[in-house]
Design a protein around this ligand. Structure first.
Ligand code: SAM
Length: 245
């Protein structure tokens, strides 16, 4: 298969994404550190600080495309291990790694792992206080559908937070970033997993994702209020926030 630099049809996209994450699940956490030079940790910490989860056993959050659990673990820790978080992912391999990590950290009692699609959440409307998704939404074929589902499962007063790669808004940094992502990332991918192509596909998906303003508009269209965003590291990543009021 060659899915480096060609158009991927919508129906095909999910299958490619699934293939990538099945292949990398066991090495995913290491790859994240290498490819973001550790930055993803700081961005995720900032996301949780912005969420500021209630220290309360009734607090329920849903982390979609939660993968190996980084966001859900941080939410539970930030709540002094009181809150409950559901880690939802379409990929059982990623969830398997997440469940193992949760057990090692002694967090299993606060977490639930659910294999499902962001476009079709298996929860009642008005279930969650918070919906988080980190570096996941650009992989979902129909982003508008995922955002409507986010809106549906949140309680009134609930919070949406989306962390995603975005448009670099700093001169020079954009050049460095281009070189890093188009050349270095597929090479690291090849070194660590033996295959560069899945990473080329992921880099492409970052380029195709809407910029900060356009994505904020999509969040408003899904029904969210008080939509704002914050750039991290010159816009390499951005955190979008919205409320279901
Ligand atoms: N949130 C984690 C993090 O920040 O480390 C994992 C992010 S990883 C880059 C993207 C995740 O999105 C993968 O685990 C993948 O399986 C998941 N994913 C892709 N398409 C999805 C979909 N339609 N519904 C739910 N999860 C999906």
């Amino acid at each position: 298969t060659s899915y480096g630099f060609r158009e991927v049809r919508e129906g095909e996209k999910q299958a490619l994404v699934n293939d990538v994450f099945h292949k990398v699940a066991k090495r995913y956490d290491i790859m994240n550190d290498v490819m973001s030079a550790g930055l993803h940790r700081a961005w995720k910490d900032a996301m949780i600080a912005s969420l500021n989860p209630r220290k309360d056993a009734s607090y329920r959050s849903l982390d979609v495309a939660g993968g190996t659990g980084d966001i859900a673990f941080r939410i539970v820790e930030a709540s002094d291990r009181l809150a409950h978080s559901t880690v939802l992912d379409i990929n059982g391999s990623m969830l398997g790694v997440g469940a193992d990590r949760a057990a090692k950290k002694g967090l299993s009692a606060n977490l639930e792992f659910v294999e499902a699609n962001a476009e079709e959440l298996p929860f009642d409307s008005g279930t969650f206080d918070a919906y988080t998704i980190a570096f996941g939404i650009r992989n979902v074929p129909r982003i508008d559908v995922a955002l409507s589902e986010a809106y549906r499962v949140l309680k009134r007063g609930g919070r949406l937070l989306v962390l995603e790669f975005s448009e670099v808004e700093m001169p020079l940094l954009d050049k460095v970033y281009d070189a890093w992502s188009f050349k270095a990332i597929p090479q690291f991918g090849k070194m660590i997993t033996g295959d560069a192509e899945p990473y080329q596909y992921l880099v492409e998906s970052i380029r195709k994702f809407p910029n900060q303003e356009d994505f904020a508009a999509m969040i408003r269209t899904a029904g969210f209020s008080r939509v704002t965003y914050t750039n991290y590291t010159g816009g390499i990543a951005a955190l979008h926030s919205g409320w279901k009021l």
